[in-house]
Design a protein around this ligand. Structure first.
Ligand SMILES: NC(=O)c1ccc[n+]([C@@H]2O[C@H](COP(=O)([O-])OP(=O)(O)OC[C@H]3O[C@@H](n4cnc5c(N)ncnc54)[C@H](OP(=O)(O)O)[C@@H]3O)[C@@H](O)[C@H]2O)c1
Length: 319
């Protein structure tokens, strides 16, 4: 069969939407995209961007990763239930002091980001093993490698994703199935806005004043700067995903933003964990002026790069 069935979760916005459209418009017509979302009322933006590929190389189906039946029903509608490439992309964030999060909010993050992936894999992996082919591509994060202030539960969910995949990849390889983790840094999508909206209605009553000041006065200001200085577009991340999906020997890990590579290198250079911890501590709490100046510089370089490159090249017209 000439084309691959690619099932993607979380296509109502952001990276999932950009990747679904990019694959559906593939000039070599290598893919049939099953673009899924939990709320079909949000399909408008995807339909608009998919244009003429709709119902040709792109089909939109409902799928909520927190519901086993929903995952099963979606896969059941695919001819022969043949998923050649699974892209587990759906995810939610959570920022703020631990004291502000309800247990339900923390469970939701783990349910969507980690158990959502497990539900998908349990549904498609047995048939991939039988066919001795398949590719599971997982949207992790650089925060699946490195912890970050006030992102404790989100990082835990992505660390869980990384551990799960690292373990499963061994068995998968034996059956000719590939697993790849994509690890973006900040990406400018709805994700960021949803986080800030949640912070706006957060209950700080159980938080001590010092922690509250660090979060509101320091973290929030820097978070916005980091997104605008270092944030990639969803289309840029989608391009990395396309490379990984199209590779003859797909990598197990792919960082999409080279600015973050030194962070993970630092971590692996010191098994005691002291080096990255003290580097971060100094950068955030002792040399914050230097941090701020570096971000301003990076922001300017990013602006100049975008200005010089102009808009991203448009993909070719759909078939
Ligand atoms: N943006 C970043 O800075 C960044 C950085 C690194 C990694 N990532 C990861 O990239 C992935 C995509 O995020 P994004 O930036 O594209 O954010 P986004 O625009 O908010 O997209 C997230 C998608 O996940 C969907 N989703 C949430 N809960 C779901 C569920 N229970 N079942 C199915 N879909 C569900 C959302 O649907 P609704 O619209 O219905 O909520 C949305 O379509 C996530 O896994 C995220 O952790 C993001």
């Amino acid at each position: 069969m000439a084309y691959k069935n690619v099932l993607i979760t979380g296509c109502s916005s952001g990276i999932g939407l950009a990747l679904a459209v990019r694959l559906a418009k593939d000039e070599l017509k290598r893919f049939k995209v099953i673009a899924t979302m939990r709320d079909m009322a949000k399909k408008g933006p995807l339909e608009e961007k998919a244009g003429e590929t709709l119902e040709k190389t792109l089909q939109i189906l409902p799928l909520d990763v927190t519901c086993e039946d929903s995952v099963r029903q979606c896969v059941a509608t695919i001819p022969d239930q043949r998923v050649d490439v699974l892209v587990s992309n759906a995810g939610v964030g959570l920022i703020g002091p631990l004291e502000c999060h309800s247990m339900a909010a923390m469970q939701r993050v783990l349910d969507v980001n980690f158990l959502g992936l497990v539900r998908l894999v349990r549904e498609v992996f047995p048939s991939m093993k039988r066919r001795r082919q398949g590719h599971i591509v997982v949207m992790s994060s650089i925060l699946g490698q490195q912890g970050l202030l006030f992102n404790d539960v989100y990082c835990a969910s992505k660390f869980a994703v990384e551990g799960f995949c690292e373990s499963l990849a061994l068995q998968a390889l034996k059956f000719g199935v590939n697993i790849s983790l994509l690890e973006p840094g900040p990406v400018v999508t709805e994700f960021e806005k949803k986080l800030y909206d949640e912070v706006a209605s957060m209950d700080f009553s159980k938080v001590d004043p010092e922690t509250r000041d660090i979060f509101q006065g320091f973290y929030m200001a820097y978070s916005k700067d980091v997104f605008s200085a270092l944030g990639q577009t969803p289309e840029e991340v989608a391009e990395h995903a396309v490379q990984v999906i199209g590779a003859a020997r797909p990598p197990f890990r792919c960082q999409t933003n080279s600015v973050y590579t030194p962070l993970t290198t630092l971590k692996h250079a010191d098994p005691s964990g002291r080096l990255p911890l003290s580097a971060f501590h100094q950068l955030v709490f002792q040399h914050d002026r230097l941090f701020r100046a570096s971000l301003s510089l990076l922001k300017m370089l990013q602006w100049r790069k975008r200005r010089d490159l102009g808009p991203l090249p448009r993909p070719p017209a759909p078939p």
